[in-house]
Design a protein around this ligand. Structure first.
Ligand SMILES: Nc1ncnc2c1ncn2[C@@H]1O[C@H](COP(=O)(O)OP(=O)(O)O)[C@@H](O)[C@H]1O
Ligand SMILES: O=C(O)[C@@H](O)C(=O)COP(=O)(O)O
Length: 431
């Protein structure tokens, strides 16, 4: 049989699963038909789409492994005919960084540059819709610097330096520079000229300022010629236009939602703490997980599923390990940072799977690493992107052996994203 290979325009590699849906969401809203795969697919692409986002869980693994997974994703995307590539990382530039550990954003960027034979790329996590802005190379979250935003207390990737040129340079062999706001404000030609100037100075990677969507759209045409872009999801709003595509309301239709509803949360961000509090204060059924009991060998998964079973018919239940930073630090000092993280992720993922086996078909997962663990436990291979709940967070539809033939609706909420009432409003958006 002569099967015509479908070619994609944009090939994306995301370093975590919430980040992948965030990027897919922005591309869909800007007019691309997008599919998100979980890991690198074994087969060629079957769907006729404009972009594929390959979701990896590579943000906090060893750099050499993150590079190897990212290169495998690149090769697969090249085989699908992608004309341009996009490495998506967090809008808060999350990277493991301490002592010998240099963080994965730099090594992955440089490995992708080598593989693509390109001598220049950008780095900008700016995502103004979610109040992440970059000015003079400094990353702001809302009104404060990254290092004062709560991210300095992240359980796995504490971010204590808001200067992205410095953070990126510490992770890279190549020289890192800046395209500052004064240049971006003058438009795409000025950005292109500045890129040439930086190249002449031996700079290969430039952090780019952006404080508004207008900045991102303005710089868009200057990015068309770069084989590789590295960014948060914000830059994506300007890319479909480079391929002649316009925003469309077609993208985003999912099958009708049915079945029971649940929320699992392993994120310890300020935003998620607020969302958990709001859900409980408004009478939601919620159960907290105690990491020390899990470590002591208690059957926490069994207890939670027994508790949730009779409640699910009355509305969404919430299961959370979400805790304030002092509680997280105390657990980490007893169990170790990575060990505590991995153990809690495994437990939340087993609970998510158990809930789906109990009939949950609308599942909210809060936390990037947590989402990775849940999606893997549910053996989800691919996700279809639907409508947006809050900036950066769409509903998706996916197939999982645990959900039977009809599949399930799932949303992967980045720890930092979403309004206070996210856990209730998410289900209203789907209704
Ligand atoms: N109570 C807790 N104590 C220690 N670690 C925790 C606790 N709750 C969650 N974690 C771990 O913290 C990490 C949170 O990361 P993640 O899921 O990516 O959330 P976010 O999206 O907020 O970054 C995960 O590894 C999770 O297992
Ligand atoms: O860019 C972002 O902020 C998100 O898309 C993202 O990557 C989220 O990561 P987590 O905060 O770990 O969920």
């Amino acid at each position: 049989m002569n099967v015509t290979q479908k070619k994609i325009l944009l090939g994306c590699i995301a370093d975590d699963f919430t980040g992948a849906t965030d990027l897919a969401n922005n591309l869909v809203r800007a007019g691309m038909r997008v599919v998100q795969t979980i890991g690198v697919p074994a087969e060629p692409l079957a769907a006729d789409v404009d972009a594929v986002v390959v979701a990896l869980k590579s943000r906090t693994i060893a750099a050499a492994e993150a590079v190897s997974q990212s290169l495998a994703a690149l090769r697969w995307l090249q085989e699908q005919g992608a004309r341009q590539f996009y490495f998506k990382y967090c809008s808060t530039f999350d990277s493991l960084f301490s002592g010998e550990v240099r963080g994965n954003i730099g090594p992955v960027t440089e490995a992708l540059m080598d593989a693509l034979g390109t001598d220049f790329t950008i780095a900008t996590p700016a995502f103004p819709d979610n109040k992440r802005t970059v000015f003079k190379g400094y990353l702001f979250v809302g009104d404060v610097l990254l290092s004062e935003s709560g991210m300095q207390n992240h359980p796995l990737t504490p971010m204590t330096d808001p200067n992205l040129v410095r953070v990126m340079q510490a992770q890279c062999q190549r020289k890192v520079g800046l395209i500052d706001h004064a240049v971006v404000a003058r438009g795409a030609d000025a950005v292109t000229q500045r890129i040439e100037g930086l190249k002449a100075e031996g700079v290969s990677i430039a952090v780019v300022d952006a404080v508004s969507n207008d900045d991102l759209v303005r710089m868009g045409p200057a990015l068309a010629a770069l084989p590789l872009l590295t960014a948060g999801s914000g830059v994506a709003i300007a890319l479909p236009a480079n391929f002649g595509l316009e925003p469309s309301s077609q993208a985003g239709a999912l099958p009708p939602a049915k079945g029971l509803r649940a929320i699992v949360s392993g994120s310890c961000s300020l935003a998620t703490n607020g969302q958990v509090r709001h859900f409980i204060e408004n009478g939601g059924a919620a159960m907290a997980l105690d990491p020390l009991r899990i470590a002591a060998g208690a059957d926490v998964v069994g207890e939670v599923l027994a508790w949730a079973g009779p409640l699910l018919a009355n509305g969404p239940v919430l299961v959370y390990s979400t805790a304030q930073s002092d509680a997280v630090k105390s657990v980490q000092s007893r169990l170790g940072v990575e060990e505590a993280g991995a153990m809690v992720e495994r437990t939340v993922a087993a609970i998510a799977r158990g809930l789906v086996e109990q009939g949950v078909r609308q599942l909210v997962v809060a936390g990037g690493e947590t989402s990775g663990a849940c999606v893997q436990a549910l053996q989800i291979a691919q996700m279809q992107i639907g409508s947006q709940i809050d900036p950066g967070v769409p509903w998706c539809h996916a197939h999982s052996p645990a959900a039977g033939a009809e599949g399930l609706h799932v949303t992967l909420k980045s720890g930092n994203f979403g309004g206070e009432d996210f856990f209730t409003r998410a289900f209203e958006v789907l209704a």
